[in-house]
Design a protein around this ligand. Structure first.
Ligand code: KG4
Ligand code: ZN
Length: 328
């Protein structure tokens, strides 16, 4: 099955063509980062307008890259939730229009399910069940993936997402938006033991990142740290990575699960990847991580999940709407 997919939930306009949930024939991502960076965060109104301006071109480009026409496409998939509603609606309406005009099935994909499916693009043998840590700019979840379309949330953040804590800390240091990636670069070669951070106390395997963020703020203000402080960047990232790893591995032990996957933009973080690799190897746990290009928002991961949604009979109707919040 060849699926044409769209992703416009935040600040990337993306389209892709994916075969049987695993093989990417083309993937095009237009990032709006430069437009939002001057404001230090995503401006929803601008995001929606920019998706409108470029979605038709991104669609053409993805077909051209794969050397296909719309006739070669079996189904149309789109992220319908969660995200900025004005941004989601652009991709949703474009996909709906195509599906309606060509009488092809329309498949609605949850953004976090798509992040999980990014792993299928990199690891052709990976199959559920596995435990997945999803860490992005807006979400931090530990999810038990028991089937391609069955997800149980085991733990999640009670306040900020991991990406938000990294981005806001980076911003306090004076680094550009989105700061996670810049913090990662700055921390290379820094001493990760130079600064210590309090361990948030939350029951079970839920997370809380607001205290870590406040501790970072206090350290930055008190010591007047600048965007050149590699030791601070390395230490803060290690605190975040350790916290993510601790809870994920605890959940895996409780569930007797010996396969872990990572998903979401934050799983591009070099400290988190190294820490997870090291710990999983020590505990004989199989670890799967998407290639860096599939960690952040893209449409190929949407096409991957859409294959399994379709196989499970999840085809959307013409009344499909965009939802800013929606459980997995
Ligand atoms: O999944 P994603 O692209 O968008 C959302 O669904 O939110 O995740 C974006 C988040 C941002 O917070 C960004 O700073 C973070 O992923 N990020 C990183 C890195 N690359 C992206 N955080 C830490 N290290 C990175 N290398
Ligand atoms: Zn995302």
């Amino acid at each position: 099955m060849t699926i044409l997919s769209f992703e416009t939930s935040c600040d990337e306009t993306a389209a892709a063509i994916v075969q049987n949930g695993r093989k990417v024939l083309s993937s095009v991502v237009a990032s709006q980062i430069d437009a939002h960076a001057v404001f230090g965060g995503v401006v929803p109104e601008i995001a929606g307008r920019m998706h409108m301006q470029c979605i038709a071109q991104i669609y053409q480009e993805t077909l051209a890259q794969a050397n296909l026409t719309l006739n070669d496409i079996d189904s149309i998939a789109v992220t319908h939730a969660p995200g900025l509603v004005g941004a989601l609606l652009v991709g949703l309406n474009f996909a709906k229009g195509l599906a309606y005009a060509t009488d092809k099935p329309l498949i609605a994909v949850h953004h976090l399910r798509a992040h999980v499916a990014a792993n299928y693009l990199t690891h052709s043998k990976l199959e559920p069940p596995f435990l997945c840590l999803i860490a992005s700019g807006g979400h931090t979840h530990i999810v038990h993936v028991t089937d391609y379309t069955t997800f149980t949330v085991i733990g999640k953040t009670r306040d900020d997402a991991a990406g938000e804590a990294l981005d806001k800390t980076a911003r306090m240091l004076g680094l550009p938006y989105p700061g996670g990636m810049h913090l990662d670069k700055l921390g290379q070669g820094g001493n990760p033991e130079a600064y210590t951070f309090p361990r948030p106390k939350v029951d079970g395997v839920d997370f809380s990142f607001s205290g870590l963020k406040t501790a970072a703020r206090n350290a930055i203000v008190n010591a007047q740290l600048s965007m050149r402080n590699a030791d601070f960047a390395a230490s803060f990232q290690l605190a975040v990575a350790n916290y993510l790893c601790d809870n994920t591995l605890r959940a895996a032990a409780e569930l007797h699960c010996s396969t872990i996957a990572l998903a979401g933009g934050v799983c591009a973080n070099s400290v988190l990847r190294a820490e997870m690799q090291h710990r999983c190897a020590a505990q004989q746990i199989d670890l799967f991580m998407p290639e860096l290009r599939w960690c952040g928002d893209n449409a190929a991961m949407v096409g991957a999940q859409a294959f399994y949604e379709h196989r499970a009979g999840n085809v959307a109707s013409e009344t499909l709407n965009a939802l800013p919040n929606h459980p997995m």
